[in-house]
Design a protein around this ligand. Structure first.
Ligand SMILES: Nc1ncnc2c1ncn2[C@@H]1O[C@H](COP(=O)(O)OP(=O)(O)OP(=O)(O)O)[C@@H](O)[C@H]1O
Ligand SMILES: [Mg+2]
Length: 313
């Protein structure tokens, strides 16, 4: 079986009556990195919390490696590691004891050499005898990852793993996540940083207002939804776009020196050839032209905005 996580018609209505998740369906394959992108309050933490048994679903089912998270909670939970969004701090316990204790909680036999390996991998080995309260924020976050890995989970959830982490540590975290994937762990992470999803994920899910509005391979998502913009720097300013030019979507900049044209990258040749030919017929000359590809960020903002509009309608 290639599926490690299956979510079927999962819904959550909090006691306040707020519907945080609306009939989520999702399957995660073994060994992939899945990034869940969504704005504040979209439902990311709620979804993870249900899978990890912290929040009860209102409706629907979840299986981890074929084990129902409600009917077979202990077995399902043993397969999961969770690095929560909120990190607990101010502990008098040492790094070593915390991670060792965490492994014991899952009924795993002690394995000091494994704990040593994760602390070294996470650059926490030097701090093993320090109390948690003596660690920096970034170290505490890495400690949370060490704890989550202590019982050798197959499925690791990272809820905003790099929130508040500096740029260099963020890059370290990315390479660590890739190493975990290479070692066979399946990873689901949530993030606000589109760059992070773009950098790491095999697949991306976009969640907005409790609905999973899109799940797609990262590369095909960027190809399929990506539009390009062609910009022409004109030799002479243009008063206005000639009305008989017949190219919809063409825009003139405020300084009248740039024409820009947004087009679907799939039909690029036809559009551009046509445009350039018509410009030349109208004696509109340009000194330079360049294209730019829309980023995942543009795609995300467009999708979330159009989703929001259709929800309001
Ligand atoms: N215990 C609760 N009772 C009522 N509503 C809740 C509760 N927990 C979360 N919510 C609401 O559910 C929605 C989803 O919250 P959730 O924490 O899942 O969002 P999120 O996508 O993780 O956001 P963020 O990016 O800010 O972490 C929010 O509107 C939130 O206010
Ligand atoms: Mg959250």
């Amino acid at each position: 079986m290639n599926t490690i996580l299956k979510i079927s018609n999962l819904s959550k209505k909090y006691q306040s009556g707020f519907e945080a998740l609306k009939s989520i369906n999702l399957e995660i394959n073994k060994g992939e990195i899945f990034a869940l992108l969504g704005q504040n309050g979209a439902g990311k933490t709620t979804l993870i919390s249900i899978i990890c048994g912290i929040v009860n679903p209102t409706d629907g089912k979840v299986w981890v490696d074929g084990k129902d998270i409600l009917e077979n909670y202990r077995d399902a939970r043993a397969l999961i590691g969770l690095v929560p969004q909120e990190i607990s701090t101010d502990s008098f316990e040492t790094v070593w004891n915390t991670v060792t204790f965490s492994r014991g909680l899952y009924g795993k036999a002690p394995n000091p050499s494994f704990i040593e390996k994760i602390l070294k991998d996470l650059s926490l080995w030097d701090k093993r005898n320090n109390k948690i309260m003596m660690l920096s924020g970034g170290m505490k976050r890495r400690l949370m990852i060490a704890k989550a890995l202590s019982h050798e989970p197959k499925l690791l959830f990272l809820d905003e793993p790099t929130a508040g982490v500096d740029v260099s540590l963020r890059k370290d975290m990315w390479s660590l996540v890739k190493e975990l994937k290479d070692a066979g762990t399946t990873i689901i992470l949530t993030t606000h940083y589109i760059e992070e999803a773009e950098e790491m994920a095999d697949r991306i899910g976009i969640i907005t207002k409790g609905e999973l509005i899109l799940v797609e391979e990262k590369t095909s998502l960027m190809k399929k939804l990506g539009t390009k913009e062609l910009t022409l720097q004109l030799l002479h300013p243009l008063d206005e776009i000639p009305s008989d030019l017949g190219i919809p979507g063409l825009k003139l900049s405020a300084d009248k020196f740039e024409l820009s044209y947004t087009f679907d990258s799939k039909s690029e040749q036809i559009g551009i050839a046509d445009l350039l030919q018509k410009l030349s017929q109208h004696h509109i000359n340009y000194k330079d032209l360049y294209t730019s590809q829309s980023s995942l960020e543009d795609i995300f903002v467009n999708l979330v905005n159009s989703g929001a509009k259709s929800n309001d309608a």
